[in-house]
Design a binder for this molecule. Structure first.
Ligand code: PMP
Ligand code: GLU
Length: 384
C-alpha cells in the first residue's frame, strides 16, 4: 500500500458534489460518469426482480443469462465469438481489471501502460506486486501509442500491455492501422493485451471503435477485453463490469471472486441483462448528445488564454494542454476551484502535469457558464 495513492478522480468528484450540496455554486467538470438518468426499462427490471425475490447468492462468475447476453453483445457489436466460460461478471470494470492483474502478475512482472493513463491502472499493477512501465504519447501525435515506442519499452519481464481506446483521460483513439502495427509487436514479443473498451460507444467524427481482438485469432487468443454497464447505460452505482478472454484465466478470476467478493449484486446483474437488450438507438442518442457537448467544450476552451484542448475522438473528456498558463496542473485546479468554483481534474494524476481533464458529462448550460468563468479568470491572471 505504501506505493498506492488515493484516486484523484473519485476524490475530486466527491469534493465537488459535497461543495455543491453545501450551497457553493460549483460547476463540476470532474465527473467520470454520464449525467443521464438510468433508462426506465433497466429500473423496471430492478423492481421486477426484487419483487420476484431475486435476492440470494448467484453463481460467483455471474448468472448464466448475463454471461450469455455478454457473448451475444460481443458477437453483434464486434463479430467476436466467445462462449460463456470465456466471460466473467464482476463488480464494475474496475473490479474486472483488478482481478485480472491479480491473476496475471507474478512479483516484478512489468505491465506496459501508455501515458497519459487512467488513474487506477498503475495502482492496480502495484497492488498485484507488479511494476508499471509507462510509455509516453503526445498531443501532437493524437496520444497514439506507436509500435516503435512499444517495442522499446519491452524487457524480458514484460507481461502485458494495457490499451484503452477510446481513452480516459485523453479521448484518443487507436484505429485499425495503429492496432495492426501494435499487433505485430505484441505477437513477436508474446505480450498479453488488456483492452479496456469501456468507452466504446462514445466515439465521434464518424470514427468507428475497433478492438484489437478483431484483428485475427492469434491476437484474440492473447487479449482480454474489459467492458461494463457503467458508462454505456448510466449504471455507475450499480457496479457491473465484465471481461472476456482465455477460459483458464477466466476460471481463476472466478475462484478469486469465490474467496473475495462472491457474486456481483443479484439485481444489478438482472439490470445489466435488461441494459444489453436495449435497442441500439439508445446508444446512438446518447452518443449524439455527447458529440454536441464535445464540440461546444473544445470550441470554448480553444478561445481561453493559455489553454490548448485536444479534440477527443471518443469518451467524454477533453484533455487540455495548460502549459501556456505557466502553472502546474494541481495549483491551477486548486485556484479554479477556490476562486471561480470550477472543478477539474489535474493531469498530474494521469501522468501529465501539463494538462487538465474536463469532463463533458454535464449540461451545455454548465459548459457555457463554467468555461465562461475559466475564461474570465484566465484574462485576469494569465499574462502574455
Ligand atoms: N476503465 C476506465 C478507463 C474508466 O474510466 C473507468 C471509470 N471508472 C473504469 C474502467 C471502471 O468503470 P466501472 O468500474 O464503473 O465499470
Ligand atoms: N473512471 C471515472 C473517472 O475517471 C470514474 C472515477 C473512477 O472510478 O476513477 O473519473
Amino acid at each position: 500500500m505504501s506505493k498506492v495513492s488515493p484516486s484523484a478522480t473519485l476524490k475530486l468528484t466527491a469534493k465537488a458534489k459535497e461543495m455543491k450540496s453545501q450551497g457553493s455554486p460549483v460547476i463540476s467538470f470532474a465527473a467520470g460518469e454520464p449525467d443521464f438518468d438510468t433508462p426506465q426499462t433497466i429500473k423496471d427490471e430492478a423492481v421486477r426482480s426484487l419483487g420476484a425475490g431475486f435476492t440470494k447468492y448467484t453463481p460467483t462468475s455471474g448468472i448464466p443469462e448475463l454471461r450469455q447476453a455478454v457473448c451475444r453483445k460481443f458477437e453483434e457489436d464486434q463479430g467476436l465469438k466467445y462462449a460463456p466460460e470465456n466471460v466473467v461478471i464482476s463488480c464494475g470494470a474496475k473490479h474486472s481489471l483488478y482481478n485480472l492483474m491479480q491473476v496475471l502478475c507474478n512479483p516484478g512482472d512489468e505491465v506496459i501502460i501508455p501515458a497519459p493513463y487512467w488513474v487506477s491502472y498503475p495502482e492496480m499493477v502495484y497492488l498485484a506486486g507488479g511494476a508499471p512501465v509507462f510509455v509516453e504519447t503526445s498531443q501532437s501525435e493524437k496520444f497514439r501509442l506507436t509500435a516503435a515506442r512499444l517495442e522499446k519499452a519491452i524487457t524480458p519481464k514484460s507481461k502485458a500491455l494495457i490499451l484503452n481506446s477510446p481513452s480516459n483521460p485523453t479521448g484518443g483513439i487507436l484505429e485499425a492501422e495503429d492496432l495492426k502495427r501494435l499487433g505485430e509487436v505484441i505477437l513477436k514479443k508474446n505480450l498479453i493485451v488488456i483492452s479496456d473498451e469501456i468507452y466504446e460507444y462514445y466515439i465521434y467524427g464518424g470514427l468507428r471503435h475497433v478492438s484489437i481482438a478483431t484483428l485475427g485469432e492469434e491476437l484474440k487468443a492473447r487479449t482480454f477485453i474489459v467492458n461494463g454497464a457503467s458508462k454505456s447505460y448510466s449504471m455507475t452505482g450499480l457496479r457491473i463490469g465484465y471481461l472476456a478472454g482465455d477460459a483458464e484465466v477466466v476460471k481463476k478470476i472466478g475462484i478469486l471472486q469465490d474467496h473475495s467478493t462472491s457474486n456481483p449484486v443479484s439485481i444489478s446483474q438482472k439490470m445489466a441483462v435488461a441494459a444489453l437488450g436495449l435497442p441500439k438507438s439508445y446508444r446512438t442518442e446518447v452518443r449524439d448528445k455527447f458529440e454536441k457537448r464535445n464540440r461546444l467544450m473544445v470550441g470554448l476552451l480553444s478561445t481561453i488564454k493559455g489553454f490548448k484542448p485536444f479534440t477527443p475522438g471518443g469518451a467524454f473528456y477533453v484533455f487540455c494542454d495548460i502549459s501556456g498558463t505557466g502553472m502546474g496542473s494541481e495549483p491551477l485546479c486548486e485556484r479554479l476551484l477556490d476562486e471561480v468554483h470550477v472543478a477539474v481534474i489535474p493531469g498530474r494524476s494521469f501522468g501529465s502535469d501539463r494538462h487538465l481533464r474536463f469532463s463533458f458529462a454535464c449540461s451545455e448550460k454548465d459548459i457555457e457558464e463554467g468555461l465562461g468563468r475559466v475564461a474570465e479568470w484566465s484574462k485576469r491572471n494569465i499574462k502574455g
